[in-house]
Every structure is written in structure tokens, then in C-alpha cells.
Design a protein around this ligand. Sequence first.
Ligand code: PAF
Length: 282
Amino acid sequence: MIFKSHKLLTEHLKKKVKSSETIGFVPTMGALHQGHISLMKAAISQCDQLVVSIFVNPTQFDNKKDLEKYPRTINNDIKLIQKFITTDQLTIYAPEVKDVYGKQTVAKTYRYDGLEHVMEGANRPGHFNGVGTILEFLFKVIDPDQAFFGEKDFQQLQIVKKLVAQQKWHIKIIGCPIEREPHGLAMSSRNERLSPEARKKAQFIYTSLKLAKIYFQQHSIKKTQKLVEALFKKEPGFELEYFTIASEETLKPVVRKYKKHHYRGFIVAYLEGVRLIDNIAL
Ligand code: PAF
């Protein structure tokens, strides 16, 4: 069933889901692709019921144009979900902005122990306040046992884990591997905005991450960073916003390698004016 009202959604879930059953939740902003479907498949393999939300959350966009251009394909989204998930296990929540925010579309302020100050937090002011606000609302009205997030937005995943721990909510946050297009581009709703040539060319982002991973085994952080920057300088059409090597846990950029620490390379680059994001475990 599909709901536009959170009140009706909560009532429906209270009736539909037995106390012995578990709810898996996949929050999305629509324009669904196989990456989202893989999250839904993971959720339904681990839980009895699946709730999917489809909502382009205005408060997490720091750029008005980006919000306007964000693809909205609700009818196709619903068809795609129903192709993979049986309807008796599925509930969809696809509200209008008013149902979520009421009269004032504003975000609350959150502190995530510093995780919010780096990378996406530094480059997109207010973004993680918007993410926190919508997830607090959705978790409240859905009351899931588990919620599933893609590792493409690795910083978001760590921030959601932090939020849930800080608030002592009983929700297990599950990170799922990045799904990629055949050439290696990380799947994203934004890929729709690329021309077919650019979509193929964008594989360069993942290629450079894989090269960085190999290079990192033998070289310093600084040298690996320089390598990626040099690769992007030579590649026409791309504008590198950042390539950062950071600790997986704190997300703080690192300057020296230590044994037994887990590092990740995080990248954001523009192609045809589209902001593309990816990361790799180093
Ligand atoms: O990752 C996303 O698509 C969004 O940030 C989320 C988690 C659905 C919140 O709007």
C-alpha cells in the first residue's frame, strides 16, 4: 500500500505488522535504481516487512537549483519496487513536503561528534542537519527494527549510526555495498542527469579510486592524494571537488598511516555540472 499521510501510515503499520514481526526500512529520495533495489532485497531477506519512503527532502539541499533539478519519477519508482518486492510485505510512504514539515520547512540542528564538519558536511552546509531531521521523523512514524543505507554515502552511514547511538533508538543500521553500473560508476539517481557519453566517461572516477588503492599500499597519504589530483588535472571535463583519505571511524582526514587502522578514499567530482560521489576502502 502507498501512503501520503504519516498518520495513516503509522496506523496501518500498527495494524498490519504483528508484534512478532520485524520491519526493515529503506529511506530514499526516489529516482530509484538497482542500488536502491539491492537495499530493499537486503531488508526483505532480514525482516518480515519492508517500508520504503520516497521523499526528496528539501532541508538537506544547500543549493536550490540542485533541489529543483533532482529527478522525480514516482510512478516509475513504484513500478520498479513492485517488480522486486511482493505487495503483501511492502508499504510505501511517499508524502508531500507539508505532511513531513507542516508549516515550516526547517531543519533541526544536530551534533554528531564532529563527523558533520568534514567532507560533505564542510562542502554542503546544513546537509546533515536536513538528513538528521528527516530520519528522526521517519524513524518515529515507521518505528523500524532495521534501516538500510548504501555505502556510497559512507559519511551519511556513519552519521546515522552516530545519531541512533546518541538518541538510544533501538534500530539496527545496516550498511550495504556500493552497487555499480557496468563500467564502474557508482549507482546514483544523479547519473540520470548525465549524457550517455558522460555516463560512460564517469567510470574514470572509480578507475582513479582503484589506482589510488593500489598506489596507497606502497606510498604515503600525501603522494596518493597528489596522484589522484594529477589524474584529474589531465582528464578533460572533470572538476575534482575533493579527494580525501580519512579514517573510516572518525572520518577525519589523515596525514600519516598507522598499521591496523582502516582508511578510506573519498571523492567528489563534477562532470557536465553533475556532482558525483564515490569512495573506496584502502
Ligand atoms: O541517501 C538518501 O537518499 C537521503 O539522504 C535519505 C537517507 C533518504 C534522507 O533523505
